[in-house]
Write a protein that binds this ligand. Structure first.
Ligand code: GCV
Length: 673
């Protein structure tokens, strides 16, 4: 049975491989191209797979060992089918990357739950998705099954993802209706052989919306009964259903506070319902109210009083930073505060704030920066990674990590050829957070393009600096949320909105006296107090605050002397310039490797890199010309000259509706000299 499954897998991979065409991609047929697992080497025939006769505790349910036998064959050992599958993919990865196996390999995933979050809606739109429409064709399901569903599962399995939340956290209550559950079942059945469980985002007001109950109060006995019955129904259809993701009392979503109850009351009601089936509840900490003087403080303020009140199958899902997936934020202080509650990190794979699918930005360095950050909760070494793995407090029962998916029905899956690297990197990081950004990107490049180091080295280098480049050309030195409009593409530091905390000025606070958000203890919002010592003092003191976060924590005069000796104004100009220069250099790097890439992918990436460099100048022009109105200082003459006036830029309209990535030819004109 096991062997059959694994042979079946190998055959499936070979079939896909035969459809790929030596690097040339065929846009009309998405099967078999572009994904890193396109081709399987014939050597796979020399692989044996063995279930261990006795359970090996070290390997658990998903780990594996790979050893060479006397015949020189590679043998994969595991306790479970899932372990054999992961071992097979690992071996294939090593072969594709030309890695010689010289010693025994032992691999066990770090996080138990490695989950993608899709923000996909029943009407096929994807919130903050820049890769076309939703992959899930709800109107065709359950009758019609697309091959992409299994391709998706296989790609995820190959990088160790073992769970997927199918729908948006801004959840449509219909997803829990019988009609939709029958559709979800089809996907669950397809994903099961790949060790992937399905989860759903729930709408907390579902008892009212779906069943016509008068209330959705989590302490109401009819509401509790309704959820218990709904959960029983779900498990009767999908016996291995994973559980729920919940966005409650946030950005207009319903929640327990609508009824005077707490987040713990709400989460525990759902947790009790799924507990008998082994389900979990991922309850998001992304909550903030328009009136708050500092949005960055609110998750801690809301959740700390509830520490210890959540059931053990509830995990608080915390975005990497305290605001919202900005190109650079300090880590969320909540990771280092909760002690008696499970916590997990939510990373964003889709590039909501990092150039959508127009910019090439390799995100692993950003996620690793968060996971490696020390919260000092129990002294040195209490990193976000250790906190979320449960290594800091012995009482944490679940370890999990989530990534907001960048996958859609786009022919290249992610909207930008290079954005697949982020999907890939998230899976690899969830399996092994110790892997370096370089190791992961090189793996991806070798499997996706070629193992030739004349290609891999320069392209890896370009990708490795791309996140820092994006920080520099969008929002350097701790600036954040300076976006134009709700689309979150392009600069608009002057922009207004219906809520103060959705306006850039709330965050940058540019004025004649300087720029930056004062979060210090004496004169500011005292958000620094949410960090443990020594970080609290480090961030509080302008002399010790890292300069790449200085305007996150401090409001400084335009002529403030930076460590380089430059004024703050000049430092900002030169940092933007450095980002522009990096973005320009990406074009040159890509041109230098043209002969290693098929013309189709080469052309697509080239076109987008050109736009990325133009956008970098647009960002600098808009931000610094706007700030100049207050600083009254000049952009240094050795920086790229602005190509538009502030008035032109203010008049520019993107002309897109939410959740689209702007067409390259609809963006402001810029020339690259
Ligand atoms: C799913 C930000 C985004 C919203 C998103 C929200 C969230 O506010 O702009 O589109 O909604 O984060 O994470 O819930």
């Amino acid at each position: 049975m096991i062997r059959k499954l694994m042979m079946g897998l190998a055959v499936a991979l070979m079939a896909i491989g035969s459809q790929s065409c030596g690097g040339q991609t065929r846009p009309e047929n998405r099967s078999g191209h572009d994904l890193w697992l396109g081709v399987i080497s014939a050597n796979v025939n020399a692989v044996n797979k063995e279930l261990l006769s006795e359970y090996d505790d070290v390997l658990g349910d998903e780990g594996f060992r790979i050893k060479r036998n006397v015949k020189g064959e590679s043998v994969i050992y595991a306790n479970t089918e899932a372990g054999l599958m992961y071992g097979t993919y690992h071996l294939k990865r090593l072969m594709d990357c030309n890695v010689k196996i010289t010693k025994e390999i032992l691999e066990v995933p770090a996080y138990k739950y490695r989950i993608l979050n899709h923000w996909d809606n029943p009407n096929l739109t994807v919130e903050r998705g820049y890769a076309g429409k939703s992959l899930w064709k709800w109107e065709e399901l359950p009758a019609k099954i697309r091959p992409e569903y299994e391709e998706y599962a296989r790609a995820n399995a190959s990088i160790g993802i073992n769970g997927t939340v199918l729908n948006n956290v801004n959840a449509d209550a219909r997803m829990l209706s019988r009609e939709y559950l029958e559709k979800v079942k089809v996907l669950a059945d397809i994903f099961r052989p790949y060790n992937i469980k399905v989860y759903l985002s729930l709408n907390f007001a579902a008892p009212k919306h779906l069943a016509g109950l008068k209330t959705s109060d989590p302490l109401d006995k009819d509401v509790i009964k309704w959820w218990n019955e709904k959960v029983a129904e779900i498990y009767s259809i999908i016996p291995d259903f994973g559980g729920f993701l919940v966005k409650a009392n946030s950005e207009g979503q319903s929640g327990p506070q609508d009824y005077g109850r707490t987040h713990a009351d709400g989460a525990n009601m759902i947790a009790d319902a799924v507990k008998p089936y082994g389900g979990i509840v991922m309850w998001r900490a992304f909550v903030y109210a328009a009136e708050s003087p500092d949005r960055a403080k609110q998750a801690v303020e809301e959740f700390m009083p509830l520490d210890g009140q959540f059931r053990d199958n509830v995990i608080i899902q915390i975005k990497n930073g305290p605001v919202d997936f900005q190109p650079r934020e300090p880590f969320s202080p909540l990771f280092g505060q909760l002690e008696h509650t499970n916590v997990m990190a939510e990373m964003q794979i889709t590039q909501e704030y990092l150039g959508h699918s127009n910019h090439m930005v390799y995100l692993h360095p950003m996620w690793k920066e968060c996971l490696d950050a020390d919260t000092y909760q129990k002294g040195k070494g209490s990193t976000v990674c250790a906190e979320t793995l449960g290594n800091v407090h012995g009482n944490r029962t679940y370890s999990a990590i989530a990534g907001v998916s960048n996958i859609g029905d786009s022919v290249n899956w992610c909207g930008h050829q290079m954005a697949q690297a982020n999907w890939y990197a998230f899976g690899r990081m969830a399996w092994n957070p110790d892997l370096s950004s370089k190791e992961i990107v090189e793996e991806w490049l070798k499997q996706t393009f070629t193992t030739d180091k004349k290609f891999v080295e320069p392209v890896a280098q370009m990708m490795l600096i791309s996140r820092e480049a994006c920080v520099k050309y969008e929002m350097p030195m701790g600036l954040h949320h300076t976006f134009k409009g709700p689309d979150h593409y392009g600069p608009g530091p002057w922009d207004r909105s219906s809520r103060p905390d959705w306006e850039p000025a709330y965050y940058h606070k540019a004025a004649a006296d300087g720029v930056g958000f004062d979060r210090t203890s004496k004169t500011g919002s005292n958000a620094v107090s949410q960090y443990n010592e020594p970080l609290r003092s480090i961030y509080d003191n302008v002399q010790t605050c890292p300069e790449n976060l200085i305007l996150w924590f401090h409001h400084l005069p335009w002529d403030y002397k930076m460590r380089s000796g430059r004024t703050l104004w000049d430092e900002l100009c030169y940092t933007f310039q450095s980002g522009i220069d990096d973005a320009r250099s990406f074009i040159k790097t890509w041109e230098s490797v043209e002969k290693y890439v098929d013309p189709y992918r080469y052309g697509q990436v080239h076109e987008k890199l050109v736009r990325q460099a133009k956008d970098a100048i647009w960002w600098r022009d808009a931000t610094m010309l706007y700030f100049q109105q207050y600083s009254k200082m000049e952009i240094p003459s050795d920086c790229t000259a602005p190509q538009h006036t502030i008035d032109e830029l203010r008049r520019f309209r993107l002309g897109i509706t939410n959740y689209e990535t702007p067409a390259l030819n609809r963006l402001p004109e810029y020339t690259l000299e």
